[in-house]
Write a protein that binds this ligand. Structure first.
Ligand SMILES: [Zn+2]
Length: 301
């Protein structure tokens, strides 16, 4: 059994709370993740307006993360590196930043992260306006940042953009991912995608990661459950095709719904998807194959 998760905040939480990646009381640790199934996840570096020195935070998070991963995890950018990591007994994981603020909104620092750390996905912002993005969408600098992402085969994460910004990114033809967003028509919050954008992302071959955050699953927070994840999956698959779907757990960044406690619950989600009407082959696509194909297969470099 294999899972490929487009979004976790574990890398930032272990640093902030001084915890171990190998074993902890958070949603994800390598001991649980490696136990009964294979788990490849984006370990996403997170920052928000609490931090004034964003690029300093990137460096500090990265140094901590590399120490925690040494001898256990390899950050991979394509299928060959993925296979190589497994041959060496390492868990293949992927690296992303949640907002470009962490890279100073600077294409040079982005390319440094790509070169030195195998970063393969970048958000544009974490919710707030920055030099790349404002209330009208991408700024000229933002379009230039996305162009550089395209040139270097870096996926652009639109999960934290407003609708106009997401359309801007889609219009460029960049590899577009909503790494942790659900359907707004089932749960009306701005972080979820309206039906037209779900269709738009699907048409352009993008990917949408199902977010387990209870507030994005069900307007009635206390009722949110694993079955709501399945409901969002069915809605998105109905609009954009099952090939557009993946998992984007938001582990260690969000409160989980009934039926999900952390990475150990992924087999239960697989079962819930099958019980909800997805075939085993479609479930495999959602849990693993779509993300593997999108991020690692046929990738340059
Ligand atoms: Zn987020």
């Amino acid at each position: 059994m294999r899972f490929f998760d487009l979004h976790t905040d574990t890398a930032s939480v272990i640093y902030d709370e001084k915890k171990s990646l190998l074993q902890n009381d958070l949603h994800v640790d390598l001991t649980r993740a490696g136990k009964h199934f294979e788990y490849t996840a984006f370990l996403t570096l997170f920052s928000d307006s609490r931090y004034t020195d964003m690029t300093g935070r990137y460096d500090a998070l990265m140094e901590n993360l590399l120490g925690e991963c040494k001898g256990r995890v390899a950050f991979v950018k394509n299928a060959a590196e993925y296979a190589d990591a497994k041959d060496k007994g390492l868990m293949p994981m992927c690296l992303a930043v949640e907002g470009a603020e962490m890279l100073g909104c600077d294409p040079e620092k982005l390319l440094y992260a790509v070169r030195e750390h195998n970063l393969i996905m970048s958000g544009i912002t974490w919710n707030n306006p920055n030099p790349l993005y404002d209330e009208n969408g991408l700024t000229p600098k933002g379009f230039e940042y996305v162009r550089i992402c395209m040139e270097h085969d870096i996926a652009v994460d639109v999960s934290h953009l407003h609708d106009k910004g997401t359309w801007d990114v889609l219009g460029t033809g960049a590899k577009t991912v909503a790494s942790h967003s659900n359907a707004r028509s089932l749960c009306p919050v701005g972080r979820n995608l309206p039906d037209e954008l779900i269709v738009g992302i699907g048409k352009r071959g993008g990917l949408i990661g199902l977010n387990f955050y209870k507030a994005f699953l069900n307007p009635d927070l206390s009722a949110a459950s694993i079955d709501d994840v399945v409901a969002h999956a069915k809605h998105i698959a109905g609009l954009a095709g099952v090939e557009t779907l993946a998992i984007g757990s938001d582990f260690d960044g969000a409160g989980m719904p009934h039926g999900i406690t952390g990475v150990e619950s992924l087999p239960a989600l697989r079962e819930a998807l099958i019980n909800g009407g997805f075939t085993p082959a479609e479930t495999e696509q959602i849990c693993y194959e779509n993300a593997f194909r999108f991020f690692l297969e046929g990738k340059k470099g």
